[in-house]
Design a protein around this ligand. Structure first.
Ligand SMILES: Cc1cc2nc3c(=O)[nH]c(=O)nc-3n(C[C@H](O)[C@H](O)[C@H](O)COP(=O)(O)O)c2cc1C
Length: 397
């Protein structure tokens, strides 16, 4: 971490060496589900969307991408488990590479944050538990309506290895599609977080109870993926202090530090580092629904993030509620190496340029976050400079 950032000028717009990747600045595209991959297949609009947000030497993380046919909990999310999906992703990756970007594919399984309509044969979704997500939360169904989350089926211990295997295969597929690496989505109340957090995980076998047991599934996934594609192409995302989808834990600091110490140990054993650790700020809960975070002072949140940043031996990315100024401050104070931006990047495809010259930002329209139109609310946000706006007429396809 600091060894690299200290060597450079410590600004959001300074270059950064992330393992084998040379980044030209620290502004990262955060992974964001956009529901434009009809029936799970990335279409040309995705190539245009990601290319629009690419800068030479910029780092992008894709939307959550399904590792298997039981992984979905949103409509029209792309997968990376079939040949057709791999072929379709190649075009997206090529479009980003042509502009000099570096792109990781985020591997996702939603676990119990699903519904029978998304499951093969209408089966119940899988999880660490058979407790459903509370009625505080609603699931978006393919017909655009919302409903409560159904009761999941707790995986038997012997089934877990099959799920790990899905992540491993998906990682190999991502590399075949040309991605520079993958990010394991261990955050925001989805499957891996459903094992990590004691507010959800009520297992009595070796995957539940102690923090060590709750970390087991994540670490098996990390090890399998690292074994398949190499540590230097693997990032991990966690959100120990985020209660999205009821993902609460009685000791977020202890949980985060335990995950980090395991990742550090794995790195030491391997003699090589993961590409990065990506942590979501506590203030960013209930994304897509509220702007503000959970109770807790900014200072408490900053301390938690600093503890994670300090403990992790490698590149650190933070995310959640960062403005241009907060991002600049975080990098300048060495609270992070990189900052990932979500909502501001949706509505400002040239966010990096706008940040650099401190230009006004376009406001995002929440109503089109999860709609299927390949243009509206997706690739039609304006650029400052119209010449860099279009990749051609791809977006209408
Ligand atoms: C529309 C939308 C979709 C998102 N989808 C994902 C996702 O697929 N995977 C993920 O890890 N985070 C997801 N997030 C969270 C973002 O990666 C990011 O952490 C969050 O938006 C906070 O950053 P921001 O305040 O800059 O928007 C999503 C956020 C939004 C707004």
């Amino acid at each position: 971490m600091a060894e690299n950032s200290a060597a450079q000028d410590g600004s959001l717009f300074s270059p950064y060496r992330m393992g084998k990747f040379s980044l030209s600045h620290r502004v990262v595209l955060a992974p964001m589900t956009r529901c434009r991959a009809l029936n799970g297949i990335p279409r040309p609009a995705l190539a245009e969307y990601y290319a629009q947000r690419t800068t030479n030497g910029g780092f992008l993380i894709t939307e959550g991408t399904l590792v298997s046919n039981t992984a979905a909990g949103f409509p029209h999310v792309p997968g990376i488990y079939s040949e057709e999906q791999v072929e379709a992703w190649k075009k997206v990756v090529d479009a980003v590479h042509k502009k000099g970007g570096i792109i990781f594919c985020q591997l996702w399984h939603v676990g119990r944050a699903s519904h029978r309509v998304y499951q093969p044969g209408g089966a119940p979704p899988i999880s660490s538990t058979s407790k459903p997500i509370s009625s505080r939360w609603r699931i978006l169904k393919p017909d655009g309506s919302y409903s409560t989350y159904p009761e999941p089926r707790a995986l038997e211990a012997y089934e877990i290895q099959d799920v790990v295997e899905h992540y491993r295969k998906a990682a190999l597929n991502a590399i075949r599609a040309g991605f520079d690496g993958i990010e394991i989505h261990g955050a925001h109340g989805y499957l891996i977080d459903q094992f990590l957090k004691n507010g959800i995980n009520d297992r009595t076998d070796e995957y539940g109870g102690s923090i060590a047991n709750r970390c087991k599934f994540l670490m098996q996934v990390v090890q399998a993926v690292v074994g398949a594609i190499g540590a230097e192409q693997v990032g991990v995302r966690i959100s120990p202090a985020i209660d999205h989808l009821d993902a609460t834990d009685s000791d977020p600091l202890g949980l985060g530090l335990e995950v980090i110490s395991r990742l550090n140990k794995l790195q030491a054993d391997l003699g090589s580092r993961l590409t990065y650790l990506h942590v979501t700020q506590p203030r960013y809960t209930a994304y897509g629904q509220a702007e503000s975070g959970r109770p807790g002072s900014e200072e408490e949140e900053a301390q938690l993030m600093r503890a994670f940043r300090k403990a992790y031996q490698g590149t650190f990315i933070c995310s959640g509620g960062y403005t241009r100024e907060l991002g600049m401050e975080a990098v300048a104070q060495d609270d992070t190496d990189l900052v990932s931006y979500g909502r501001l990047f949706i509505s400002n495809p040239d966010l990096v340029l706008r940040f650099k010259i401190n230009a006004p930002l376009t406001k995002y329209n929440r109503k089109t976050f999860y709609t299927q139109d390949p243009v509206v609310g997706y690739t039609d946000y304006p650029f400052l400079n119209r010449d860099s706006a279009s990749q051609g007429p791809l977006s209408r396809l």
